[in-house]
Design a binder for this molecule. Structure first.
Ligand code: CA
Length: 481
């Protein structure tokens, strides 16, 4: 959830992903040396500005940071060394482990989800899909102190005006008593809680569903799930419609990917499209656009309005597809196969988070200092992979962790015992409660998630990646690439 989006970005991300950047120079700029006196002067000015007129003096002073946090400016200006293909992105976000966690969550929160469905008209599995992709079902909330992050971004570097508004909104949330100050942690950019709402979205759309009078998107699963449904409803969700489906294109068919160019199902039938398994297209979408995440050779989809509401959550088609696909697998309660029917156009598919951990362990065993095992293939791991590939003559030495590299370094050894977490049956009654406490769990791997303010006149484009420490970074992708 995030900053306002660019619509063309996911296509751009795929294009960038194909021309993989393989240089391993440090892309991370050094943490800037921020003047604390300048910071404190800026905060004095903000306190008296109109943006903060709704924040009382006590609240402002009580949560006023004593120092800026240079790491968030570092994150703001981070540029990735490596780009990700769509199949790598999806294989980490929609793996067996996440599907099983989702099925378990559906069982545990069934009655709450049914109430939410009847109140907001949003299908339970769609809410679960967002929850799973956004915060790994409440396990990954981000650990950056929000007031420090937002105050720093309000006073330094680009986009200060935007972040000043979010800083004021974050203070209002605490002032209102919705969320305890100690729980105000999140991504470096200020998204927080199980829904990863920005503070402005929280104020607009968060709801109290458990009836305790507080909108607590950090500790209350009912509040978080209902707020997600309220968000999707607010963005135009159509009750009873699927998000779309995987389709099969007829021989000789050609079209560009354009999910916004919505046509009737009759139109697509006339064009010769069927469901991916060959069945006729059902008439359960009022209109649908064609989505081709990897071009004509990969999986194809017809997507309706509800897909667009997923997209509005984070302005990336690949991101929305991850939510859509995860929600389908949770609906089918089948974690045995997480691929689409049509294969991605690669002979080297992506890996799951567990396979990523196995690769990281193998790299550590081989003497590569990658910090630790977190299941996230970030710059450190990719650099180590590239060095490993180079030292052993593996071509291409592109630093990518796919199935071929997995086999090369891990072999066909039995995956570790912890592979898929706890057994599905019986579901521990308090599992989700436990998960919420486990906010130090390694985050899932995100990327290709663009975020940029439409109010900025710059044409700089960004994608979002989650770093090994759980912070989410906006990374520029159009500068010099
Ligand atoms: Ca509540």
């Amino acid at each position: 959830m995030r900053l306002t989006p660019f619509s063309t970005l996911s296509l751009l991300s795929v294009a960038v992903g194909i021309s993989l950047v393989t240089t391993a120079q440090a892309a991370q700029p050094p943490a800037p040396d921020l003047s604390n006196s300048e910071f404190q002067q800026c905060l004095d000015n903000l306190k008296n500005s109109s943006k903060f007129s709704g924040v009382d003096g006590y609240t402002f002073n009580n949560y006023r940071p004593s120092q800026p946090d240079p790491s968030v400016i570092q994150s703001l200006n981070y540029q990735p060394e490596f780009q990700k293909d769509v199949w790598d992105y999806l294989s980490a976000l929609v793996d067996k482990e996440r599907v099983e966690d989702g099925i378990r969550a559906k069982r545990q929160w069934g009655s709450t989800l049914r109430q939410i469905e009847s109140r907001y008209g949003v299908k339970a599995e769609h809410v679960l899909g967002v929850w799973g992709v956004e915060s790994n079902f409440g396990q990954t909330l981000g650990k950056k102190p929000l007031f420090e992050s937002l105050a720093t971004l309000s006073c330094f570097d680009r986009r200060q005006s935007y972040f000043q508004g979010e800083y004021a909104n974050a203070l209002k949330i605490v002032q209102n008593g919705d969320i305890a100050p100690n729980d105000m942690t999140g991504s470096w950019a200020g998204a927080f809680g199980q829904t990863q709402f920005m503070p402005s979205t929280f104020l607009e759309l968060a709801v109290d569903f458990d009836g305790d009078g507080r909108r607590d998107l950090v500790n209350s699963v009912p509040d978080a799930l209902a707020s997600t449904a309220n968000f999707l409803d607010n963005r135009g969700y159509r009750t009873g419609e699927p998000w779309g489906y995987e389709v099969k294109l007829p021989d000789g068919f050609w079209a560009a990917s354009n999910r916004k160019d919505k046509k009737s199902i009759s139109h697509w039938r006339d064009q010769g499209l069927t469901l991916a398994n060959g069945s006729p297209l059902p008439y359960d979408l009022s209109s649908a656009g064609l989505l081709l995440p990897a071009g004509m050779e990969g999986p194809a989809f017809l997507v309706g309005k509800n897909f667009d509401t997923f997209y509005s959550y984070n302005a990336s088609e690949n991101y929305a597809l991850a939510i859509a696909h995860l929600s389908d697998l949770i609906t089918r309660e089948d974690s045995s196969k997480t691929d689409f029917i049509t294969a991605w156009p690669t002979d080297d598919p992506g890996i799951s988070r567990q396979q990523a951990k196995d690769i990281q362990q193998a790299l550590l065993n081989a003497g590569y200092d990658i910090g630790g095992v977190d299941g996230i293939i970030g710059d450190n791991t990719r650099t180590a992979i590239q060095q490993y590939q180079t030292s052993r003559g593996i071509f291409p030495a592109d630093g990518r962790a796919g199935q071929k590299f997995y086999r090369a370094i891990v072999g066909n050894a039995t995956p570790s015992q912890t592979q898929y977490g706890q057994p599905l049956n019986p579901a521990p009654a308090d599992r989700m409660g436990q998960l919420i406490q486990q906010q130090t769990t390694a985050p899932s791997s995100y990327s290709s998630q663009p975020s940029v303010s439409s109010s900025t006149s710059s044409n700089t484009r960004y994608r979002r990646v989650t770093d090994a420490d759980g912070t989410i970074k906006l990374v520029r992708i159009d500068q010099g690439s």
